[in-house]
Design a protein around this ligand. Structure first.
Ligand SMILES: C[S@@+](CC[C@H](N)C(=O)[O-])C[C@H]1O[C@@H](n2cnc3c(N)ncnc32)[C@H](O)[C@@H]1O
Length: 240
């Protein structure tokens, strides 16, 4: 499991948190699973980006957040439970949706996570993931400036590895656009190597060269920065 300390948790909030407007395509993409009255577990909730987003978008949904890092829990400023995918501190059959945003590549024991997730899900419940997958990297804008970062994807599971490993079946898979910054200049100003799994894999020289390319492009290009991550919805085997 990756550990996030205080500095990383703070860098994470600066570098990784996107505005709620920037995430509006995600709101539309997940809306079918967030009907009023549903209970959603945000597993690996980090600094609470989606706890806040779901609270604003779907006020009639209850969100419970579980996060293993004490520093992330503290940085979130929200009430979160300590736990992780292998030990979820919730009763059996207590949630309708397990939301995992950019978490599954941290989970070392997918079968154990599958057992825990199935235990807490109610019948007919779904796992909704927002992630990168090893075999799907075409919409990731950061590779334009930091081509070597594609190496880091080797540490990510494929869609099949996640579904089979957790013991679920794929119900839906699609790339969802998000505005990650209002401009390249904005992106450059919040760039933090230590906060991004993809950038962390770069040497200092590779990171600096990429930053220079990004700054040069920011001089001549305006307009929002659009990236894609995948939405993967998993259902239990046999569910319709
Ligand atoms: C990249 S952050 C994503 C945070 C948040 N979900 C978001 O989208 O902003 C990954 C988070 O997963 C947590 N994490 C790492 N290993 C985990 C595990 N085995 N189970 C649950 N969460 C885990 C980390 O502590 C970290 O907060």
């Amino acid at each position: 499991m990756t550990r996030y300390d205080v500095e990383e948790a703070t860098a994470y909030r600066v570098a990784r948190e996107i505005s709620l407007e920037g995430l509006s395509s995600w709101r539309a993409a997940v809306a079918p699973y967030f009907a009023p009255g549903r209970v959603v577990l945000d597993l690996g909730a980090g600094t609470g980006l989606f706890v806040r987003a779901f609270g604003a978008w779907f006020p009639e949904v209850s969100v419970v957040a579980v996060e293993p890092s004490a520093d992330m829990r503290r940085a979130s400023g929200l009430g979160m439970l300590a736990g992780d995918a292998g030990a979820i501190p919730l009763p059996d059959a207590s949630v309708d949706v397990v939301w995992m945003s950019t978490v599954v590549h941290h989970v070392r024991d997918l079968p154990a996570a599958g057992v825990e997730v199935r235990r807490v899900l109610r019948p007919g419940g779904v796992v909704v993931l927002r992630s990168l997958f090893r075999e799907r990297h075409h919409g990731i804008g950061v590779f334009r400036f930091f081509p070597e970062a594609v190496r880091a994807l080797s540490g990510f599971p494929t869609v099949g590895e996640v579904a089979d490993g957790m013991g679920f079946v794929v119900d839906r898979l699609e790339a969802v656009a998000q505005v990650t910054a209002l401009s390249l200049a904005d992106k450059a100003s919040t760039l933090r190597q230590e906060a991004d799994t993809l950038l962390r894999s770069l040497s200092a020289a590779e990171f600096e060269a990429g930053r220079e390319r990004l700054l040069a492009a920011a001089e001549v290009e305006s307009g929002p920065v659009v990236d894609h991550l995948d939405l993967l919805v998993l259902r239990t085997v046999g569910a319709v």
